[in-house]
Design a binder for this molecule. Structure first.
Ligand code: GRF
Length: 202
């Protein structure tokens, strides 16, 4: 059986992380025509109070807490993070609400993907849902992209949109965005794995 090993990084609520674990972990997919099992090796969180830690534990997935405030420099945190990922020998790093900008030395070392709650390149940054909501855009949506050294700027893997309703609260709008995230992120992970050239046999 071929295997692909994933690490998920998150900072807070962790609902995308939970959804990815439920839909992908220990499941078998056809990747480039080869039956491949996905293993989520661990989650890594940079905030010790994050609710996602409880979610990961409930699902029986190891959760490593690496608080960024313990490091003086951004590079030092990224190096510690990189060491953990190298030791686990992950094929793909999946960001799911990981609220840190990663240094180029980190982004160049790994294949990394991210989900963002807007139709990139529109509304980069942390206020994407509000920015979309308060915009006059008729169509809104979510994006999954490769991660490079620039915030929310790597090549797109998958994007899905929906047409806004006239009467909508920020809460119901946010819920729709999150539901769409849960739909597309697992699909985009498979697409990313398909796009990666090598398949490792384990
Ligand atoms: C999601 O909206 C994701 O697109 C963004 O951060 C949010 C994380 O939510 N990058 P959760 O922690 O997965 O619930």
């Amino acid at each position: 059986m071929y295997r692909k090993k994933l690490i998920i990084l998150f900072s807070g609520n962790g609902s995308n992380m939970e959804n990815l674990i439920q839909k992908l972990h220990k499941k078998i997919f056809s990747i480039k025509g080869i039956q491949t099992q996905i293993d989520i090796l661990a989650c890594i969180c940079n905030k010790k109070e994050a609710y996602g830690i409880t979610r990961a534990k409930k699902l029986g997935i190891k959760c490593i807490v690496l608080p960024h405030h313990l490091f003086d420099k951004r590079e030092d945190f990224d190096n510690a993070l990189a060491k953990i990922i190298q030791d686990l020998n992950a094929d793909l790093v999946v960001l799911a609400g990981f609220m840190r900008i990663l240094t180029p030395s980190f982004t160049h070392q790994f294949k990394i993907i991210n989900i963002h709650p807007s139709l990139l390149p529109k509304y980069k940054g942390t206020n994407a849902i509000k920015d979309s909501f308060f915009s006059k855009d008729k169509e809104v949506g979510v994006s999954v992209h490769w991660v490079n050294e620039e915030l929310d700027s790597g090549a797109l893997i998958l994007q899905e949109k929906f047409t806004r309703m006239q009467e909508e609260t920020l809460e119901s709008f946010s819920n729709k965005i999150h539901q769409l995230e849960y739909e597309i992120y697992p699909k985009a992970v498979i697409m990313a794995l398909e796009a990666m050239e090598k398949i490792w046999k384990k």
